[in-house]
Design a protein around this ligand. Structure first.
Ligand SMILES: [Zn+2]
Length: 292
């Protein structure tokens, strides 16, 4: 589906096998930037290379034209097909420094952040050729530039990217959707990152990995709704902080989810990790600059 002059979106459905009996239906958006060459924002899960290559051929282009893959972060549904695409198209890869260890060594990622069905979602480790940081401008071609925003929280090296001629913002997994299962490493940097995105002038379209394209004011409303959702979660977690020591962690996690109106059955260690990050505020040293 073509979104702007240069951008095409592919919605990739996949399943997460939580256990032998249960599979969760999920999806992720992958974006292609068409210039004289082709550039990818994220790659989807293992096997997505077939869908991407097929789409490129259908639109009269050649998969060999892919020259760069930019990974918004290292999670399985973003890097899963990256190894295969790199092998087949011979392109280079770019990501934020904080994400590189988990891209270059997927076993390390599996040990440190165990997603169910991990090995069916990720095709393999790959080398990152270009290290990105906040404020970088990536010149894809003379008239095609991407501005890099470091937007940590969901993960420490999550980035968002603005394609300057189209004023299109790729936001990866940075903007949470109200009612969705909350997944982030750190609530405080998440809040700061949403404020940072909200302050960007003239977003004509926001392209999230887990939401449909949001145009103009709808983009800002979506960021604001994400911000309010996280603030609401923060209130609920802080109001129930005392229960953390009284309950086992899975039970505490379930009780917080239910207070948020999400079925407790959705509780898992990744959600627990999100909620626990709120409690870091309570152990902040006096005089900490943190004010959220
Ligand atoms: Zn993610």
């Amino acid at each position: 589906m073509q979104i702007t002059e240069h951008i095409h979106a592919l919605k990739i459905p996949f399943q997460v096998h939580v256990n032998a009996a249960t599979a969760l239906d999920r999806f992720v958006y992958v974006y292609l930037i068409y210039g004289r060459k082709i550039y990818l924002i994220d790659t989807g899960v293992a096997g997505t290379e077939q869908t991407i290559f097929e789409y490129i051929k259908q639109t009269g282009r050649d998969p060999a034209e892919i020259s760069l893959m930019i990974l918004t972060h290292s999670h399985p549904d973003h890097i899963g097909a990256a190894r295969a695409i790199k092998d087949l198209a011979g392109c280079s890869t770019a990501a934020h420094a904080s994400e590189i260890p988990w891209i270059e060594d997927i076993e390390l990622q599996y040990i440190e952040r165990t997603v169910p069905g991990f090995h069916s979602l990720v095709g393999g480790s790959l080398e990152v050729d270009q290290v990105l940081k906040d404020g970088d401008i990536i010149t894809l071609e003379d008239d095609l530039e991407l501005q890099v925003y470091h937007t940590p929280g969901h993960s420490s090296g999550s980035i968002s990217l603005m394609l300057l001629p189209d004023k299109a913002l790729f936001s990866g997994d940075v903007v949470p959707l109200p009612g969705d299962i909350p997944i982030y490493d750190d609530i405080f940097t998440s809040l700061d990152s949403l404020k940072k995105l909200e302050a960007i002038e003239e977003i004509r379209v926001m392209l999230s990995a887990w939401d449909e394209p949001r145009k103009n004011q709808d983009a800002y409303n979506t960021i604001d709704a994400g911000l309010k959702y996280l603030q609401n979660i923060h209130e609920v977690v802080i109001n129930n902080a005392a229960a953390y020591s009284a309950l086992s962690e899975p039970r505490w996690c379930r009780s917080i989810l239910e207070k948020l109106g999400i079925p407790g059955a959705a509780a898992n260690p990744l959600v627990g990790r999100s909620f626990k990050s709120h409690l870091n505020l309570l152990s902040d040293p006096p005089g900490s600059s943190r004010s959220n």
